[in-house]
Write a protein that binds this ligand. Sequence first.
Ligand code: 13P
Ligand code: SF4
Length: 370
Amino acid sequence: MKSERATNSVLTLTEYALLEDSECEARIEAAKRRLGEQVVILGHHYQRDEVFRHADFTGDSLKLSRQAALSKARYIVFCGVHFMAEVADILSRPEQVAILPDLAAGCSMADMADLAKVEQCWRELGQVLDPETQVMPVTYINSAANLKAFCGRHGGIVCTSSNAAQVLAWAFSQRDKVLFFPDQHLGRNTGYQMGIALSEMVVWQPGKVLGGLTAEQIRKAKILLWPGFCSVHQLFRPEHIDRFLESYPGTYVISHPECAFEVCQKSHYIGSTETILKTVRSAQAGSRWLVGTELNLVNRLRQEMKPKGVDVHFMAPMVCMCSTMFRTDPQHLAWVLENLVAGQVVNQIKVPEQTARLARLALERMLALA
Ligand code: 13P
Ligand code: SF4
């Protein structure tokens, strides 16, 4: 479908792929002018510069999901990954249309939890305790809509990296334990910051009987962690911090909570992409920062802070870019926008109504906490 010429479209996607970035830039700007308030472009901080600069609103997952809920535009073009466009569809009004410029822009971490395995976990927990009254399901927003719906159906909630502590506090005010998926690191780092011992956070291994745990371990646990992780943030290692600090003592270290526990423990600050930006932007001239998150964000921040005398460094010695965030290029953005100008919607993300209704419950519980 993607590569077919839409009825009134000027070019096929294959033809767009051959255009220079500079030509796409001009086409994107012209299409935005033609569409006016009918379209809003949301851009996550990990988007490449050539796309990021066209966003009407930029932000972390929480900020962008709020923006999607508030937007009045008929078309919400989400320059991010699949689960973000799903959230935009779920939280927007029925007549609004969420669009993901490249349908292959997924999130490998989100794919690490699936409904069948989470449901099986829930059933098996039922052999040891009563999950409906004792276990609160909490899904990171980086998850498929049907997992958000699972949480909605079982009294649970969604969290993002910027409100995970607040969401866990709410969860523990309702039930004794939390089942947290898919990101084990966000769950562990947040639980530990809240004073939960590592021994009270156990990893549930899908496919093993009782997740590879004993009934006693399940009864004693406060948080049951799904074994998901972000392939980008797992590349940051504590030795990267040690080596940098040996050469540049006095450097401040700031990491995203999707990083491993050992990395977060060695960091002065931990926060979402938005928090990282706010913290470094308010840093004193002359300070040096080592940042553990995706490269596009860090490179932009480095350029922005250089004239202000703040020195920003990327944590890993190798390139760590999110390859799925990177998929959205100016060619795809020009393609979806020019199709809208021609009266055609391509790459709409539509969550089935029953799933959307339950997922909305879990998302609204989160949004209500603010
Ligand atoms: P935030 O922007 O919410 O910090 O999330 C980071 C991320 O990995 C998005 O997929
Ligand atoms: Fe998913 Fe990690 Fe990419 Fe974020 S950075 S979209 S969590 S793979």
